[in-house]
Design a protein around this ligand. Structure first.
Ligand code: SF4
Ligand code: SF4
Length: 128
């Protein structure tokens, strides 16, 4: 009984807020790319993604994934596993990550897919 009251109390605290701030790092689905494979539904450790029948997926199929921003923990597991690349993690989108890699390592890593061994520089403690 005490546990139920505590749970209800915690829920009331959340529900009484007029505005609820959420984590900015959340996963977002582009339904036009979603094939409804349920990979994100199975892999999410927090059971957040749902495939909703009212949404339209790739090729006008019935059903596409939806991720509720308020409950997403932003772990990125679904974005990395989605076979259709239909999920992007806000602030860590593919474009943003590639730009960061470009800034860190230069063009080679983007064009070749890897950094040639002769381009890798390891600083000694004295050089740091
Ligand atoms: S893993 Fe990707 S393609 Fe599959 S249901 Fe989720 S969002 Fe859609
Ligand atoms: S980012 Fe993590 S918590 Fe959010 S829906 Fe994807 S797997 Fe679940």
């Amino acid at each position: 009984m005490a546990q139920a009251q505590a749970a209800a109390s915690r829920a009331a605290i959340i529900l009484s807020q007029r505005v609820m701030l959420t984590n900015a790092r959340i996963a977002v689905v582009d339904p036009s790319k979603c094939v409804g494979c349920l990979t994100c539904v199975r892999i999410c450790p927090y059971n957040v993604p749902q495939v909703r029948s009212e949404a339209t997926g790739v090729g006008d199929i019935i059903g596409a994934a939806y991720i509720e921003p308020a409950t997403c923990h932003g772990c990125g597991s679904c974005a990395s596993e989605c076979p259709a690349q239909a999920i992007q993690l806000m602030h860590y989108t593919d474009d943003q990550t590639l730009i960061k890699l470009d800034a860190l390592f230069g063009r080679e890593i983007l064009e070749e897919g890897f950094l040639p061994i002769d381009k890798i520089r390891v600083n000694t403690r004295e050089q740091l």
